[in-house]
Every structure is written in structure tokens, then in C-alpha cells.
Write a protein that binds this ligand. Structure first.
Ligand code: DC
Length: 220
């Protein structure tokens, strides 16, 4: 049986950094489910679908074949065979992913893909509904969060390092709005699974969080 670690939490809590680190340490594969929703969003943007066009999103999502692969340990997302990693990290795609991910047809398609990966591999999977919906039987479940100001500061530093103009208050406002959308949607809202362990990373280093997660692993 494969070993599954589920990490959920709001945007900017450090899920992907932690999940990648743990996957590397354990030799598991890291599955970034947000990247799949982003690839779907990119397809919808390219097809000129508006976030409010629910029926069109349901129809169009059937045409998008999304799969993942690995190169040098890095997850690659393919959209109809094209490596789209370099196109999915923009604000536009993130906003479309947040708007289109509540669609039940989008979710059904991507959740099936995620469940297949976890059934066949030892995984560290991060997202919003992994512990609650995708992998309800995961051996380890973590709900990783941090104060919205701290999350905004982390994002601000990332953007500054890239030389991109940004404003801390605007970033925090966007983060709070994204949380609201993800937590209040009808299908699979972001919420802590009953059996998930809550870790607040506001005042913890990356290594401290990774150690806290690894400490939750049960011997197999
Ligand atoms: O983690 P991220 O910012 O890359 O995710 C992009 C969007 O995708 C996010 O707003 C919510 C959605 N998402 C989701 O609904 N379910 C997941 N398991 C992962 C992401």
C-alpha cells in the first residue's frame, strides 16, 4: 500500500516549500495539485472563457488533458501535451484558478487524476481539499496555516527578489480575498480535516515545520 501525506492550507502558508522538502527527504513524489488547477485555468484563459461562464467552463474542461511528470525531481504539468510550468505562476492564472476550481466538472476530473497518483505512489500532496476529499485515508494529514500579514510579507519578499513592483497592503488584501473564495465555496471548501494536525508557521522556520511534519509519520 502506498504512503500518503496530505498538506492543506491557505495560499502562502508554505505548503509547497514544506511538501517538496519532505518528499525529497523521504524519496516520495511531490504532487502540487494547485498547479493542476492552474493548468486548467490557463486552458480556459486561452479559450477566452470568462470566470463567470459556468457552463462554458464545464464544457471546455473536458477538452483539456492534464497530466504530470517529473524532470530532475521537479513536477512538470502538461496541458494537452505541452509543458506549461512557465505560464501558470501569474496572478491572472491564479485568479482564474480560484474562480474556476469551484466548478464540479473541473474538480471531478482533477481529483480522479490525484487519487490515481496517490494510489500508485508514495506521495506528499498539497492543496486545499486533500485531507478532506481527495485522500480521506491519508496516513498523515496536516493543515498548515500562517497569519495573513506574515503570508503577505513572504510573498512581498519573493516578488522583490524577482525585481517585480509590489505593495504589501495590496498583497495582503489579495491573500484575504483568495482565502475567502477558497473557504466559502460550496464544493470542497478549504477547511481543516477533523483528523488533520494544525501547524501555524507564522513564527516557525522552514526546517522547524518540516521536522514537525516528519515527526507525525508512523513507522510502516
Ligand atoms: O495553491 P495554488 O495557489 O497554486 O492554487 C491555485 C488555486 O487552485 C487556488 O485558489 C484554489 C485552487 N485549488 C483547489 O481548489 N484545490 C486544490 N487541491 C488546490 C488548489
Amino acid at each position: 500500500m502506498s504512503y500518503n501525506i496530505a498538506i492543506d492550507g491557505p495560499a502562502g502558508a508554505g505548503k509547497s516549500t514544506i511538501a517538496k522538502k519532505i518528499a525529497k527527504k523521504l524519496g516520495y513524489i511531490y504532487v502540487d495539485t494547485g498547479a493542476m488547477y492552474r493548468a486548467m485555468a490557463l486552458y480556459l484563459i486561452r479559450e477566452k472563457v470568462q470566470p463567470s461562464e459556468t457552463e462554458k467552463i464545464s464544457a471546455k474542461c473536458r477538452e483539456a488533458d492534464i497530466s504530470i511528470g517529473y524532470e530532475n525531481g521537479e513536477q512538470i504539468v502538461y496541458l494537452n501535451g505541452e509543458n506549461v510550468n512557465s505560464y501558470i505562476r501569474t496572478e491572472e492564472v491564479g485568479n482564474m484558478a480560484s474562480a474556476s476550481s469551484p466548478n464540479p466538472d473541473v474538480r471531478k476530473k482533477l481529483v480522479e487524476l490525484q487519487q490515481k497518483l496517490a494510489a500508485n505512489n508514495d506521495v506528499v500532496m498539497d492543496g486545499r481539499d486533500i485531507g478532506t476529499c481527495v485522500l480521506p485515508n491519508a496516513q498523515v494529514k496536516v493543515y498548515l496555516t500562517a497569519d495573513s500579514r506574515v503570508r503577505a510579507e513572504r510573498r512581498f519578499q519573493e516578488l522583490q527578489a524577482k525585481g517585480e513592483p509590489c505593495d504589501l497592503d495590496t498583497i495582503e488584501k489579495d491573500i484575504i480575498e483568495r482565502d475567502r473564495q477558497d473557504m466559502t465555496r460550496e464544493i470542497s471548501p478549504l477547511t481543516q480535516a477533523e483528523d488533520a494536525v494544525l501547524i501555524d508557521s507564522s513564527h516557525m522556520s522552514i526546517d522547524e515545520v518540516a521536522e514537525a511534519v516528519v515527526a507525525l509519520l508512523q513507522p510502516v
